[in-house]
Ligand binder design. Structure first.
Ligand code: FAD
Ligand code: UDP
Length: 390
C-alpha cells in the first residue's frame, strides 16, 4: 500500500509548525502533524476569553530576537505589533509600595536609594562593569567592593530570592545560573525587559500566525490526537504509524520521557497554574507585567491589553501565575525543565534511547529538555530542516 505521508511531526507548537511547513514547502514532503490539544500553537496559543479580551492561555508570550532569518521567516505568516515589554517589581517601601524597574537598572537604583546615593553607586558600578553593560546578580554578589556587595544583597533580596523560590522551589544559587542570568542587572536607563533588535507580538494574535504556518496543501493537522495512540517505537528500532512500519522522518516535540513511557523515571519539570480575572476597568496596572518579588504567592500579574494593544473600554483581563512541582498528573503541563547535572544525565538516557531510531529527531523545548525562547525554537526548527533537506 502506498504510504500517505512522508513525514510525521508530533506537536503543533512553534517547533512542530515551523518544521512541518518547511518539510512540506521546501522539501515537497507530505506531512502529518499530531497534536494532543484541541488547538495549534502549543504554549504560544492565544484566544479571546468570555469578556472578549485576547489572552495568552499558557502565560504571556512576547516575541523577541536578534536573528534576522527567524524574524523574516515568521514575518511571512504575520505582521507585527511593535511592543517593547516593560516589567516592574511591586515591592513594599516604607508604609506603602513602590514599582522598581526589572531588570534592575540605573532607574531602579534611584527608585530604591534616592538620587544622591544612586549617583555614587552608579559611578562605582560603571567603573567596575562599564556603562550599558549587563552583570548577573550572582556575579555582582562576588564584588569585593563593600558598597557594591551591599547593593547586590539589596537586589538579591528585593528582586531575586523570593521570586526564584516561588518559581523554582530553590534559591538562585541552587538553580542553573543561566536562568537568573536571563534577567541581569543592567547599567543603563533602558527600562525594556529585552534589548533585542526585533520585538513584538503578532498583529491579530499568535493563533492566526500558527494557522497560516500550517496552512499548506501537504500539511495535515490532526488535533485531539495523542501520538501515543498512533505512533509506536518498536524494540526492533522501527517506528510504526497506525501499526505499519514508517520509515519517513519523525520529528517529536513532546517530552522525551513520555516517548519512552518514562521508563528511566520522570524528567523533573515545574508546572504553572494560571488564574485569570476580568475587571470592569480600562486598565488594571501600569505595565504589561508586574512581578511580585517580595510577597504574594503568585510570581507575576500580566495584563494582556498592554501586550496586544487591544482597545476595550471598561474591561480588562489579568493573569496571575503560580508555579508548582510537576507531578505528571493527567492534564498537568510541564513548562520549565529543571536543568542540573542529575536531570541532564537522566535526559541523556532518553536521548540515547531515541538515537536507536535513525529516522527520529527530537526538537523543541520539551523534547530537548532546554529553556528555549520562541526565537531559539524557530531557529532550531529551521536548522533541523536545513539538515534534513540538504
Ligand atoms: P510547545 O509550545 O510546548 O509545543 C509542544 C506541543 O506538542 C504542544 O502543543 C503539546 O500539546 C504537543 N504534544 C506534546 N506531546 C504530545 C503527544 N504525545 N502527542 C501529541 N502532541 C503532543 N518564549 C518567548 O520567546 N517569549 C516569551 O515571552 C515566552 N514566555 C513564556 C511564558 C511561559 C509561561 C512559558 C511556559 C514559556 C514561554 N516562552 C516564551 C517559551 C515558549 O513557550 C517556547 O519557546 C515555545 O512554546 C516552544 O515551542 P515548542 O514547539 O518547542 O513547545
Ligand atoms: N527572576 C527573579 N525575579 C524577577 C524576574 C526573574 O528572581 O523579578 C529570576 C527567576 O529565577 C526567573 C528567572 O530570573 O525564573 C528568569 O526570569 P524570566 O522572566 O526570564 O522567566 P520566564 O519569563 O521565562 O518565566
Amino acid at each position: 500500500m502506498e504510504q500517505r505521508y512522508d513525514c510525521l511531526v508530533v506537536g503543533a507548537g512553534l517547533a512542530g509548525a515551523v518544521a512541518a511547513r518547511e518539510l512540506a514547502e521546501r522539501g515537497g514532503r507530505r506531512v502529518l502533524v499530531l497534536e494532543r490539544r484541541s488547538h495549534v500553537g502549543g504554549n504560544a496559543y492565544d484566544r479571546f476569553d468570555e469578556a472578549g479580551v485576547l489572552i495568552h492561555q499558557y502565560g504571556p508570550h512576547i516575541f523577541h530576537t536578534n536573528d534576522k532569518r527567524v524574524f523574516d521567516y515568521l514575518s511571512r505568516f504575520t505582521a507585527w505589533r511593535n511592543y517593547q515589554h516593560k516589567v516592574v517589581a511591586n515591592i513594599p517601601k516604607g508604609e506603602g509600595r513602590t514599582l522598581l524597574p526589572v531588570p534592575f537598572n540605573l532607574v531602579s537604583l534611584e527608585v530604591a536609594f534616592g538620587r544622591r546615593r544612586a549617583r555614587a553607586l552608579e559611578e562605582k558600578l560603571i567603573a567596575a562593569y562599564g556603562a550599558e553593560n549587563k552583570v548577573t546578580i550572582l556575579e555582582l554578589r562576588q564584588s569585593p567592593d563593600p558598597e557594591l556587595s551591599a547593593l547586590a544583597d539589596y537586589v538579591y533580596d528585593h528582586v531575586f530570592v523570593r521570586y526564584t523560590m516561588k518559581q523554582w522551589g530553590q534559591t538562585p544559587e541552587e538553580i542553573d545560573p543561566n536562568t537568573t542570568a536571563r534577567v541581569p542587572v543592567f547599567l543603563s536607563r533602558d527600562c525594556r525587559y529585552f534589548q533585542d533588535e526585533y520585538q513584538g507580538l503578532p498583529l491579530g494574535g499568535y493563533t492566526p500566525m500558527f494557522e497560516k504556518l500550517l496552512d499548506h496543501p501537504d500539511v495535515t493537522v490532526a488535533l485531539d490526537t495523542d501520538a501515543g495512540r498512533r505512533l509506536t517505537l518498536g524494540e526492533d528500532g522501527i517506528t510504526r504509524l497506525d501499526g505499519a512500519a514508517f520509515a519517513g522522518t519523525v520529528i517529536y516535540t513532546g517530552a522525551a520521557d513520555e516517548l519512552f513511557g518514562c521508563r528511566f523515571g520522570r524528567l523533573p519539570y515545574r508546572t504553572l497554574e494560571f488564574q485569570c480575572e476580568t475587571h470592569p476597568v480600562d486598565a488594571y496596572q501600569t505595565h504589561g507585567t508586574v512581578n511580585y518579588t517580595m510577597d504574594e504567592a503568585f510570581t507575576r500579574i500580566t495584563e494582556f491589553k498592554h501586550l496586544t494593544g487591544q482597545v476595550l473600554p471598561k474591561t480588562t483581563t489579568i493573569m496571575k501565575e503560580y508555579a508548582r512541582a510537576y507531578t505528571g498528573r493527567p492534564g498537568e503541563i510541564p513548562y520549565y525543565a529543571i536543568i542540573n547535572d542529575a536531570n541532564n544525565a537522566l535526559y541523556a538516557r532518553y536521548r540515547s534511547a531515541a538515537e536507536r531510531y535513525p529516522n527520529l529527531r527530537l526538537l523543541g523545548r520539551l523534547a530537548e529538555y532546554k529553556y528555549y525562547n520562541m526565537d531559539a525554537i524557530a531557529k532550531r526548527a529551521l536548522a533541523l530542516c536545513d539538515d534534513l533537506l540538504k
